[in-house]
Write a protein that binds this ligand. Structure first.
Ligand code: AOS
Ligand code: ZN
Ligand code: ZN
Length: 386
């Protein structure tokens, strides 16, 4: 296989998971601008996700969020997805939208609230059993707002205890992905604020626990590719929640704010052997003012473009320049790949996959946008503000 053929083959196997909540209405804490034609049910979210896969060819799974996507029959929901050519992906838990969780969930000072939170997580594993999902994605809104409000160390103990119970419940082929976020909704301490804390918990739990890197969950200036390289080196990178940020947890389209950062991250993924099914490429986005399905198609394409550039890095030339201490040449090799216009290559890849080379235009021509506006009245809110 030529090198270019290998790059194309890799691109054809890429899988970007889209989140059910990105198809619903969302907004900021100031206003939700409802759009026409958005899904009214989990099934309709899957119908939209299937369109993203139909036109990109690389978005074969959809993440669910419980309870936003609660149904009576999860096996039937999985069948609904499969009938449309997609599968159910990660199950995202929710321990942040209940009055009981004002002071936290699995870190809460009251054992009864902790019990409720852990029971919800166990319920999510039960849903994974029914859907065939392999990943439980955990993000906790837990933390404190004021010094002295609660015992920082005690909260870590409670977190470890709760996670351990859920870990024990995981079946063969199931894993838990622990997401960190440096602030919000708590502003003084956050119980899983950074990759180090997530890593420490996952290490103690065992091989079925891995860390999720949400690209929007870091302080400005954080070198995310370094975190990616380190977690991959330790075998603890479970996946990504991709999105873009200008300020905080903006949840904008991945690759929109800083495509160069996305390229640097994807380069470390490729370099570290993370371009494999073990590392989940998920989107975690909300489309507040732009049309949702095309925004998700664009996001998938942005991930593809960054990946293609990362795969094009001339590893031999880079290694030689690095060993020779040729700083400028090493940097130039990396930049050459980044500055390559990979759009013609991706058009070829799509044609070889039997797809329209231009997913955005193909979606526009398909008439799906007009059809859902006509057929769906009273679309659902994604579940939260931002
Ligand atoms: C919250 O900030 C996190 O990014 C979560 O990953 C996610 O947005 C939420 O769990 C949606 O289910
Ligand atoms: Zn996230
Ligand atoms: Zn987030």
């Amino acid at each position: 296989m030529t090198e270019l053929a290998a790059v194309k083959a890799a691109l054809k196997t890429q899988a970007v998971e889209t989140p059910s909540w990105a198809y619903g209405n969302s907004g900021t804490r100031f206003k939700v601008f409802a759009q026409h034609g958005v899904p009214r049910t989990p099934q309709e979210k899957l119908d939209d996700a299937a369109k993203v896969h139909e036109f990109t060819g690389v978005a074969p799974t959809v993440a669910l969020h419980i309870p936003w996507d609660k149904v009576d029959d999860y096996a039937a929901l999985a069948k609904h997805a499969e009938d449309r050519g997609v599968k159910l992906g990660a199950i995202n838990s929710n321990t942040f939208q209940d009055d009981d969780y004002k002071l936290g969930s699995i870190c809460h000072p009251d054992a009864a609230v902790r019990r409720k939170a852990v029971d919800h997580l166990l319920e999510c594993v039960g849903i994974m059993d029914a859907t065939g999902s392999t990943d439980l994605k955990l993000w906790f809104a837990d933390g404190t707002n004021y010094p002295g409000q609660d015992d920082i160390r005690g909260r870590q103990d409670r977190l470890a205890e709760g996670l351990a119970e859920v870990y024990e419940r995981l079946g063969d082929g199931q894993r838990m992905l622990l997401e960190y976020k440096f602030f919000e909704p708590a502003f003084y301490t956050t119980d899983v604020p950074d990759w180090g804390t997530a890593y420490a918990h996952c290490l103690k739990l065992g091989p079925k626990a891995q860390v999720v890197v949400d690209t929007g969950h870091h302080a400005p200036g954080t070198n995310i590719e370094f975190i990616v390289a380190t977690l991959l080196r330790e075998g603890k990178l479970g996946g990504f929640d991709f999105n873009s940020r200008f300020y905080a947890d903006d949840d904008l389209m991945v690759g929109a704010a800083d495509p160069f950062q996305l390229f640097r991250i994807m380069y470390e993924v490729v370099r570290g052997g993370g371009f494999s099914p073990e590392v989940a490429f998920m989107l975690d986005q909300c489309h507040n003012i732009e049309a949702k399905i095309p925004a998700i198609i664009r996001s998938v394409m942005n991930v593809q473009e960054a990946t293609a550039k990362a795969l094009l890095v001339d590893g031999d030339a880079l290694g030689a320049a690095q060993r020779a201490g040729d700083v400028l040449e090493a940097n130039a090799v990396l930049m050459d790949a980044y500055n390559t216009d990979v759009r013609p290559l991706l058009r070829e890849v799509r044609e070889e996959m039997g797809l329209d080379p231009e997913p955005m235009a193909a979606y526009r021509r398909s008439g799906w946008a007009e059809r859902i506006v006509a057929e769906r009245v009273g679309g659902q809110q994604a579940g939260w503000g931002a």
